[in-house]
Design a protein around this ligand. Structure first.
Ligand code: HEM
Length: 231
């Protein structure tokens, strides 16, 4: 049985399907993370309570983190393997579906570029909000220690960070919207009517996610200019 399945596990169809499934897990995380981040608009108590709830059961948090990390590693590893295999074969004939339904060379290069940028952004992002102890100065707003809320707010008062975050979240939107289209291609789905609709829907989803994340630093800057949060 296993020997019969071995060629399938080595096939580029299987690898593309793994990239697609792990991509879907990462998209799920992004949507949940965006929804969670929106709680910041409800004020310091709601946002800090949300964060405390996430951290309340460390075992569950770590299970989610391990799933995410494994998904990200598998996603990146098989993307690299497929790119190398595709280069070696001159880009012909190794995919589940022929590449004429939209997967152009430009799109692939663009996926690698946006994916790489996101990879580096994550280090900055985790250093900003997740790793290490933060000083009281970093979490204090108007003389009140507002914990994670204060940290996020103060972080976005730095214009350099805002530009990097805006660039990163639009990379997320573009990467994700093209990734969803590729996923349907990987599972061999093509339909004259539905494929263009899937393309439009994934473009809209990517733009909504990017715009949603962008709102956070933008609203913080605008509110800061208008006198800061009510604490
Ligand atoms: C404006 C955009 C964003 C804001 C304001 C934001 C905010 C935050 C905050 C406050 C945390 C810490 C949560 C806590 O410890 O309770 C966090 C964690 C995290 N964020 Fe973001 N985030 C943004 C965009 C992103 C994007 C685009 C990605 C992915 C590409 C991302 C991935 C992560 C990851 C992986 C964690 C660590 C989760 C963990 O603790 O295991 N974030 N983010």
């Amino acid at each position: 049985m296993i020997t019969k399945l071995a060629p399938f596990f080595r096939s580029s169809v299987f690898k593309k399907q793994l990239v697609a499934i792990t991509g879907l897990i990462l998209v799920g995380f992004i949507i949940v993370h965006l929804a969670g981040n929106f709680i910041i608009f409800l004020g310091p108590d709601a946002f800090n309570h949300y964060s405390a709830t996430l951290h309340a059961v460390p075992e569950l948090l770590w299970i989610a983190r391990v799933i995410l990390i494994v998904a990200a590693i598998v996603h990146i590893y098989f993307t690299i393997v497929l790119t190398i295999e595709n280069r070696k074969s001159g880009g012909a004939g190794r995919y589940a579906v022929k590449t004429t339904h939209g997967e152009t060379n430009f799109a692939k290069k663009f996926m690698i570029l946006t994916g790489l940028l996101l990879f580096f952004f994550l280090f900055l992002h985790l250093a900003d909000f997740t790793l290490g102890e933060k000083t009281v100065e970093q979490t204090t707003l108007k003389g009140v220690d507002l914990g994670l809320y204060g940290l996020v707010w103060n972080s976005f008062l730095n214009p350099f960070r805002v530009v990097v975050y805006l660039a990163a979240v639009w990379c997320v939107g573009m990467h994700l919207s093209h990734g969803i289209q590729s996923m349907f291609q990987s599972i061999g789905f093509y339909h004259n009517r539905y494929t263009p609709q899937i393309r439009s829907a994934s473009l809209v989803l990517g733009a909504v996610i990017a715009a949603g994340f962008s709102l956070i630093p933008v609203v913080i800057i605008v509110r800061h200019l208008m006198g800061g949060p009510t604490v």
